[in-house]
Design a protein around this ligand. Structure first.
Ligand SMILES: Cc1cc2nc3c(=O)[nH]c(=O)nc-3n(C[C@H](O)[C@H](O)[C@H](O)COP(=O)(O)O)c2cc1C
Length: 377
């Protein structure tokens, strides 16, 4: 299998990427408390991974209501934007590029995170039946959320726009809107999670409205060519269902063409955690959505890729770039390892969420000379 296509440059919106091996967004829950503020430890972690063609940051709540996991770094206070500056300058100093992933948990949250212990907000008062990690080792059931009033939705859009502005202040190269994995924006799109009867519920056009209005607002803070968006068309976690999955996502992707975003980022069905993966795979993998994307917008594929499958997807034109999650957690020098076809460090699930340096900044590099260690720490 020829793998060199992954090492060719890519024009991605306003950016020129030096390779197509991207770091997928991965929540690691290691922000400084109180205040959910990024700090030196996070800067070291991202700096170590700066050889990625593009880093997409962990999911970052746009609002106090958007938190759903302990110690997530936020992007709704100026202190958080200041903290993120440590991260963006570390990545830039090391020659890398980094987008921030704009996130709102919606119903995938718990009162413990919410201002005044209120209920989490969602399109409708329907529970995800999921669990929220409120502290290390402590999971609490996500409650039945409170349905947002129609008049509150403009505020949610404004939270995304303001967070996008703060991301600019923090020195990011762009932002990715998180519309995947069962969080607020996917909740609005799902005809099971969203049973509203106003302009944001009911028809497909109405359920897609929030995503499109958030995109418009974020693209007004940045240029559209520095904005991407992530979807997981086959996601069936946390009570998410769509009666017509392909039709739903095809509609949204076609509507997004008018913005000419930098990219659309799709999570492949094989990581959907669903019993019907084989059936989904036939219809919902990114190659089926690629022909719907027009103009300069690129397609990033993520989920369960190996070096060979990623290279094949780029080679065949099914995707323009590939994002790796777990392999980037365990291999800060994934690009170099791929280039040399070198063995990969195994990842340790136990240290994915929360904790300190262990399982975060201490994964070994292939060729770590003392000089390089100083450079990376
Ligand atoms: C520890 C961990 C945290 C994750 N956090 C996020 C996240 O914050 N935002 C997101 O969109 N996806 C998140 N994901 C999903 C990954 O971006 C990716 O889609 C998934 O890991 C599959 O890709 P992989 O097989 O290369 O790991 C996370 C995955 C893992 C393992």
């Amino acid at each position: 299998m020829k793998t060199n296509t992954l090492f060719t440059p890519l024009e991605l919106g306003a950016l020129s990427l030096r390779n197509r091996i991207l770091m997928a967004p991965t929540t690691r829950m290691r922000a400084q408390m109180p205040g959910n503020i990024p700090w030196e430890l996070n800067a070291t972690y991202y700096r170590q991974r700066a050889s990625a063609g593009l880093i997409i940051s962990e999911a970052t709540p746009v609002s106090p209501h958007g938190h759903g996991y302990f110690q997530m770094p936020g992007i709704h206070t100026t202190a958080q934007a200041e903290g993120w500056k440590l991260v963006t300058s570390a990545v830039h100093e090391a020659g890398g590029k980094i987008f921030l992933q704009l996130f709102h948990a919606g119903r995938m949250s718990h009162n413990d995170f919410q201002p005044n212990g209120e209920l989490p907000v969602a399109p409708s008062a329907i529970s995800s039946l999921g669990q929220s990690p409120v502290a290390p080792g402590v999971l609490k059931p996500c409650p039945v959320p409170r349905a947002l009033e129609t008049g509150e939705i403009a505020g949610v859009i404004e939270e995304h726009r303001r967070a996008a502005e703060l991301a600019m202040v923090a020195g990011f190269d762009g932002v990715e809107i998180h519309a995947a994995n069962g969080y607020l924006l996917e909740q609005f799109l799902s005809d099971h999670a969203n049973v509203r009867t106003d302009a944001y519920g009911g028809s497909l056009a109405n359920r897609a409205r929030l995503i499109l209005e958030v995109t418009e607002a974020v693209a007004s803070a940045w240029q559209a060519d520095r904005v991407g968006i992530r979807f997981s068309p086959a996601n069936a976690h946390d009570g998410i269902a769509h009666t017509d999955r392909f039709g739903t996502y095809a509609h949204v992707i076609r509507e997004l063409n008018r913005f000419q975003l930098a990219y659309i980022h799709l999570v492949e069905p094989r990581v959907a955690g669903n019993a019907e993966v084989a059936q989904f795979d036939a219809a919902l993998s990114s190659r089926h959505f690629k022909p719907l994307i027009t103009g300069h917008t690129r397609l990033i594929s993520a989920g369960g890729h190996t070096l060979a499958s990623g290279a094949a997807a780029v080679q065949s034109g099914e995707a323009d770039a590939i994002a790796w999650g777990r392999q980037f957690i365990a291999n800060p020098d994934l690009v170099e390892r791929f280039a040399k076809n070198a063995p990969l460090n195994p990842y340790n699930r136990e240290t994915f969420y929360g904790g300190t340096e262990q399982g975060y900044t201490d994964y070994p590099f292939l060729n770590l000379t003392p000089g390089r260690l100083t450079q990376l720490s």
